[in-house]
Each structure stands twice: as C-alpha cells, then as structure tokens.
Design a protein around this ligand. Structure first.
Ligand SMILES: [Zn+2]
Length: 205
C-alpha cells in the first residue's frame, strides 16, 4: 500500500512497538491505521458415495492441477455460504449439510483457509468457472502427485487419514442481528509531537 484509501496521502510504514511483522501502515496525513488483515478462503469437500469432488484448475496459479472448490470469501458473506457458492461456481455442484471440517492458518500468505465438508446432491457436477475438468476421486485414490496447493494437500490428508475420528469443530453461527457501532463522523487527529519529540495523544495501537 502506497497511498491512503481515506485521504490519498502517501503512507509510511510504522512498525508496532514490538516490531513484530507484519507492520501496520499509518497514514501521515489523516492518522488512520491501515490493518493488513488475513484474507479468508472457504473450501468445500463435497462427498458422494465415498468419493470426493475435485476441480482441475483452468487458471494460474497451478494451472492444470487438482484442487478443492474454493475461493475468497466476499464482503459480508457467511463463510459456509462462500464454500457452497464456490462449489456451485467452479463445479456446478450443490452441496448439502455443510459442516466445518478444518481451519488452517497460513501466516506467510496472510490467509486463513476454512474447509467445509458436505454431501454432493444427487452426485451431480460439471465444469464451471475457472475449471477445465471436474471429477469424483475415491478417497483411497486421490491425485496426490498433481494437487494444486499444499493447503489442498493438508486438507485432503486430514480428510483421508482422520475421516473416521469424531469431529468436534464448533458450528458456524451467523449473528446477523448484530448491528455495527455507529461510524464516527469525525476522526481523531494524528498524534502531535511535543518539544521532547515524544508522541502525545492516543496510545500506540
Ligand atoms: Zn490518510
């Protein structure tokens, strides 16, 4: 990020006091701190009679390799709904009874990957967006040598090896009734410097 999305001023990196990466970026013009939150990915393990639905990617990265249907969660979209949407878009598949299977943190990618598991309705699937081929793979015959991502491998490995263990994952709940706090009409000014050079005003974020 080079310019502030609030005021257009250039942004200087300002490390947190601990200097623990990643740094947050603070606008020198309006004082807004720009957080670099992880992107959330929702993936879908769609089962049908002991088989798993996989998609062959028609786009880069990992063109031509197999992956679970999945993608970034849209703004205000429940993640389980995102998993179902991606299955529909990429594999023309309707998945029922979606339940949270695993969550993976990928700090070096600044991503959090959520994997849901459900049943493919009627076993139907077809080539969709960003996909050149779809297929149902038996759990014991997954295409380990041609998987698109290491996160795909991790999820399928967990699925193939621990499938029969009880799943204690919490259900995903939608707090749709929860209202965000009112937006402040005026932002606090950036901290000013005192004669000794110490920052005054709010504490370090
Ligand atoms: Zn600004």
């Amino acid at each position: 990020m080079k310019f502030c999305s609030e005021c257009g001023a250039s942004i200087a990196a300002s490390g947190r006091p601990s200097a623990t990466p990643p740094a947050r970026y603070r606008c020198s013009g309006c004082g807004v701190t720009h957080f670099r939150n992880p992107r959330i990915v929702a993936c879908c393990i769609a089962e049908w009679q002991g088989q798993v639905l996989l998609c062959r990617r028609a786009i880069e990265p990992s063109f031509g390799l197999w992956t679970l249907p999945g993608g970034y969660v849209e703004a205000s979209e429940p993640i389980q709904q995102a998993a179902a949407r991606e299955a529909l878009e990429e594999a023309m598949a309707t998945v029922d009874e979606l339940a949270l299977f695993r969550v993976y943190n990928l700090p070096k990618y600044n991503e959090v990957i959520t994997v849901f598991r459900g049943t493919l309705r009627d076993g139907r699937c077809a080539v969709g967006e960003e996909t050149s081929e779809v297929a149902l793979f038996p759990r014991r015959d997954l295409p380990w040598d041609t998987l698109a991502f290491e996160s795909t491998r991790a999820a399928l490995h967990d699925y193939a090896t621990r499938r029969w263990q009880p799943v204690h994952a919490s259900p995903v709940e939608d707090l749709t009734w929860l209202q965000p706090p009112p937006v402040a009409t005026r932002r606090a000014p950036p901290p000013t410097r005192t004669a000794t050079g110490q920052a005054a005003g709010r504490g370090a974020g």
